[in-house]
Design a protein around this ligand. Structure first.
Ligand SMILES: [Zn+2]
Length: 221
């Protein structure tokens, strides 16, 4: 069983790389958000418990999330391992996950960090524009409209949501990066951390992650 924790800030390309790793390794991509939605939809006991917290506007406690994770990892498709995405999000959660896995005689085999400097993240995340008429998405560098400032589809003006402006993104990222760095330090101390430069093209980042994984688990498998 190979248990991977995929780490990266918003905008680092984690979702894209998780899909590549899933296909190449043949183990499921377990994103915490999906896990919550599935458990709630299926009405499992732990899903009902999570829903009660969410309905009350409270954070779902780590022990509940870990029980959800436990159920997910017990599913047949996760027999060879899983790629965790979105958990652990804090150093406290990372320690809780280690405790839980340790009790099962297991551990996080590799924590793969897709490393992208903060200002590059701001550039990636703040380039989003949408059209006023229908919300068609564009990006200042990655998906430009044919004519500057207007939608290719309906010709309506492109606008930027307050959430997508650089100053808003920079402020939001600061807190997220603090948490991420604490989790990164946790895995550095356990020896599971592998860092891959996330500024390269998507295929090269994928190659780097697979190489890092082989290097990290050689001698264990
Ligand atoms: Zn449009």
């Amino acid at each position: 069983m190979t248990l991977i924790v995929l780490l990266g800030a918003p905008g680092a390309g984690k979702g894209t790389q998780a899909a590549v790793l899933r296909d190449r390794l043949g183990i499921p991509h377990v994103a915490t958000g999906d896990l919550f939605r599935a458990a709630i939809r299926e009405g499992t006991p732990v899903g009902r418990e999570a829903k009660a917290y969410m309905d009350a506007g409270q954070l779902v406690p780590d022990r509940v999330t870990i029980r959800m994770l436990e159920e997910r990892l017990a599913a047949p498709d996760a027999a060879d391992g899983a790629i965790l995405d979105g958990f652990p999000r804090t150093a406290v959660q990372a320690a809780a996950l280690d405790d839980f896995l340790g009790r099962r005689g297991s551990r996080v085999d590799a924590a793969l960090l897709i490393d992208v400097p903060a200002e590059d993240l701001v550039d990636r995340l703040s380039g989003r524009w949408i059209c006023q008429a229908a919300g068609h998405p564009y990006h200042a560098t990655m998906n430009r409209p044919r004519a500057s400032g207007v939608c290719d589809v309906d010709g309506s003006p492109l606008v930027q949501r307050a959430d997508d402006r650089p100053e808003t993104i920079r402020a939001r990222l600061a807190g997220q990066l603090d948490d991420l760095n604490a989790v990164v330090e946790h895995y550095r101390s356990t020896g599971a951390l592998r860092t891959v430069n996330g500024l390269r093209p998507i295929a090269e980042v994928s190659g780097g992650l697979l190489e890092a994984l082989e290097a990290g688990t050689a001698g264990v498998a």
